[in-house]
Design a protein around this ligand. Sequence first.
Ligand code: HQG
Length: 179
Amino acid sequence: MEKEHKYFSKFLSYTLRHHPEKIGLTLDNKGWADVNELITKMNAHNAALTMDILETIVASNDKKRFAFNDDKTKIRASQGHSIPIDLDLQPVTPPAILYHGTAQQNLESIRANGLLKQSRQHVHLSATRETAIQVGSRHGKVVVLVVQTKQMHEAGYTFYLSDNHVWLTDHVPAEYIEK
Ligand code: HQG
């Protein structure tokens, strides 16, 4: 069951964050998909997703990657999109520092250019060193950078907190980054 949920969770991330068109799905401008349409279209693409499985994934996913609307007729990813959608994020005052986990091989370029959002809509920052280690390990030999977010905020940079508590911003200039 675990394995099956992981498969669906990956398929959902791909569909709801990056390529809804691959299964013929359309998201609205806030990233919401119609739940019945999503199930039907995933079923047509060899994924035997059901409402029960979807409810379990939304409730138990380790990072709470997906959220339903109030009456569970719609679902969206809470962050991580590469397609332009409006998550209705409100600016939030960040803590004094946040962390960013990355791979050793990115360091030189990060020192030169700061943290860039690459293919996503935002730069992702973590509240704890532990989370940053998990995020960075996906890319290679992990390095945890400390970002002086209070200083950035005071200098006028905007921060957002996704529904599943990932800190987001547009760009982190190199001068606010410490190793
Ligand atoms: C790096 C996962 C060179 C950046 C995680 C990262 C997160 C640079 C990579 C979420 C750079 C982008 C996002 C620069 C940034 N030069 N490399 N100037 N600026 N980078 O995956 O933050 O499991 O798009 O350090 O948990 O790793 O999908 O971003 O290594 O929350 O829910 O470019 O993805 O969430 O990689 O991860 P990503 P990320 P999910």
